[in-house]
Design a binder for this molecule. Structure first.
Ligand code: NAP
Length: 398
C-alpha cells in the first residue's frame, strides 16, 4: 500500500495552508482534492478581511493560495475520499483511486451550504434555486428574486444581488437579522431590498423554472404566494463529513457533525487533525481557516517526529527499561536526573520519556500516574512501578 507522511484532505484555504506549513517542515505531503479545488472561497464575491489585502475576490485570493502551496511542491491528487479506517493502529485513507496509509491526516474538507429541505428546492436547483450569488446572480438581470436567511451571508449577498435584480426579498424566519450591524445597516438602506419577517418557505414552485415561493408566516400562520424568478438560499453551512460515515463513531463530533478538536487541532483520534470550517469553532472565516491549517501541520509534524522517536526508543527494541516522568514536576525532574546519573555509572540502559509532552504514550501503556518505570518487551508492557527515588529504580532493573 502507498505510504505517506502527511495526507491532507481538502484543498481550500485550510488545506493549502496546511500543505505550505507541512512542506516547509520537510514533510512528504499528499493533498487530496475533489473536483474544483478551493472550496467556498471560490464562490465568495468580495473578501475585505484578509489582512494585507484591502479588497480581493474570493476566486483571486483562492488562486493565490493555490500557487503559493504549489510553490512548495506538495503532491496534489484529484480523487474522492470514501472512508478513513484505522487498522492495527495504522491510518488508512480509502479513495476512489486507491488506499493510502498516512502517518498523520489533516481533515480540511470545509463546509457546504445548508439546504432548506422544502418541496421544490432539490428539483429547481439550477433552475432558479441557487446557493451562490457570485455564480448565478447575473442570470437575474431586472428580475424579482428572493434570498432566504438572516445571517451575514444572506444580508451581504442580498446587497450584491441588487446589482442585477430590481427587487430582492430577504425572507427570514424571525423578526430581526442575525448579521452584523454594519451589514444590516447597508442592506436596510438599499431601496431594492425588502425584508419579509417571520416567514418560512413551504415550497418552491414553477413550471420548469422557479416562478413563486409559498411562504408561511410563523406568527399568523398565514400562507401567501410570492412571485419570484429565483431564490438564493443562505441559511448557514454544515460540515463536509460524508466520508466519516453516518453518525461517525471514528472521530468525535458535535451533534451537528462539526469536528471537535483541541487547540493543537488534534481530533479524538491520535494522528488525525482537523482544520478550517469543518471544525467546531467560533468563527468560520478564511483567516481562521488558514491559521488552523498552520497549527494542524505543525502539530502533525511534532506528532510524526514524536512517534518516530517513541517507536525507536520504546516500541521497536527487543527489551527496554524506560523511565517516564513529567517535565513540569520538580520531584520527577530530580528523579530523572538521578536516574540518568545511575544509568551512566552502572551501564544499565534506560530510556527517558517526557510523559507530560507525550500523554498519548502514557495512555497507550495504561499508566495511571507518573513517574512510571516500565519494562517493555517488543513494545508490550511487562511490569511497571511508580518509583519515588533512584533506589527503587535500581531495585527494579537489577
Ligand atoms: P449563519 O450566521 O449561521 O446564519 C444562518 C441564517 O439562516 C440565520 O439567520 C438562521 O436563522 C437562518 N436559518 C438557518 N436554518 C434555517 C432554515 N432551515 N430555514 C430558514 N432559515 C434558516 O450563517 P451564514 O450567514 O452562512 O454565516 C456563516 C458564518 O460566517 C457566520 O459566523 C457569519 O458571521 C460568518 N460570516 C461573516 C462575514 C463577515 O464578517 N463579513 C461574512 C459572511 C459570513 P436564525 O437567525 O433564526 O437562526
Amino acid at each position: 500500500m502507498e505510504k505517506r507522511e502527511l495526507v491532507i484532505i481538502g484543498a481550500g484555504p485550510a488545506g493549502l495552508s496546511s500543505a505550505i506549513y507541512g512542506r516547509r517542515a520537510g514533510l512528504d505531503v499528499l493533498l487530496l482534492e475533489n473536483g474544483t479545488p478551493g472550496g467556498q472561497i471560490n464562490v465568495t464575491n468580495e473578501i475585505e478581511n484578509w489582512p494585507g489585502v484591502i479588497h480581493s475576490s474570493g476566486l483571486e485570493l483562492g488562486k493565490n493560495f493555490r500557487s503559493h502551496a504549489e510553490h512548495f511542491k506538495p503532491e496534489f491528487r484529484d480523487c474522492t475520499v470514501k472512508k478513513i479506517e484505522i487498522k492495527n493502529g495504522s491510518k488508512i485513507v480509502i479513495t476512489d483511486k486507491g488506499e493510502v496509509e498516512a502517518e498523520a491526516i489533516i481533515l480540511a474538507t470545509g463546509a457546504s451550504f445548508r439546504k432548506l429541505g422544502c418541496p421544490g428546492e432539490a428539483e429547481k436547483t439550477g433552475a432558479g434555486v441557487s446557493y451562490c450569488a457570485v455564480c448565478d446572480g447575473a442570470f437575474f438581470q431586472d428580475e424579482t428574486i428572493a434570498v432566504i436567511g438572516g445571517g451575514n451571508v444572506a444580508v451581504e449577498e442580498a446587497g450584491y444581488l441588487t446589482r442585477f435584480a430590481t427587487k430582492v426579498y430577504v425572507i427570514h424566519r424571525r423578526d430581526e437579522f442575525r448579521a452584523d450591524k454594519l451589514a444590516i445597516d447597508q442592506a436596510m438602506a438599499n431601496p431594492k431590498i425588502q425584508p419579509v419577517w417571520n416567514s418560512v418557505v413551504q415550497s418552491i414552485e414553477g413550471d420548469g423554472f422557479v416562478e413563486k415561493l409559498v411562504l408561511k408566516n410563523v406568527r399568523t400562520e398565514e400562507i401567501i404566494d410570492l412571485p419570484v424568478a429565483g431564490v438564493f438560499v443562505f441559511v448557514g453551512t454544515e460540515p463536509n463529513i460524508s466520508y466519516l460515515g453516518e453518525n461517525s463513531s471514528l472521530i468525535k463530533q458535535t451533534r451537528d457533525g462539526w469536528i471537535i478538536t483541541n487547540d493543537k487541532m488534534e481530533t479524538s483520534v491520535e494522528g488525525i487533525f482537523a482544520a478550517g470550517d469543518i471544525r467546531d469553532k467560533f468563527l468560520r472565516q478564511v483567516v481562521t481557516a488558514t491559521g488552523d491549517g498552520a497549527i494542524a501541520s505543525v502539530a502533525a509534524y511534532s506528532y510524526i517526529t514524536e512517534q518516530l522517536h517513541l517507536n525507536s526508543v520504546l516500541i521497536d527494541p527487543e527489551h527496554v527499561f524506560a523511565l517516564i516522568t513529567s517535565s513540569i514536576d520538580q520531584n520527577q525532574v530530580k528523579l530523572q536526573v538521578d536516574t540518568e546519573k545511575y544509568a551512566k555509572d552502572s551501564g544499565v540502559k534506560i530510556a527517558f520519556v517526557d510523559g507530560y509532552r507525550n500523554k498519548r504514550i502514557v495512555e497507550k501503556l495504561g499508566l495511571k500516574s507518573l513517574p512510571a518505570l516500565v519494562e517493555l518487551r517488543k513494545g508490550e508492557l511487562i511490569r511497571n512501578i511508580e518509583p519515588k527515588e533512584v533506589a527503587a529504580v535500581k531495585f527494579f532493573v537489577e
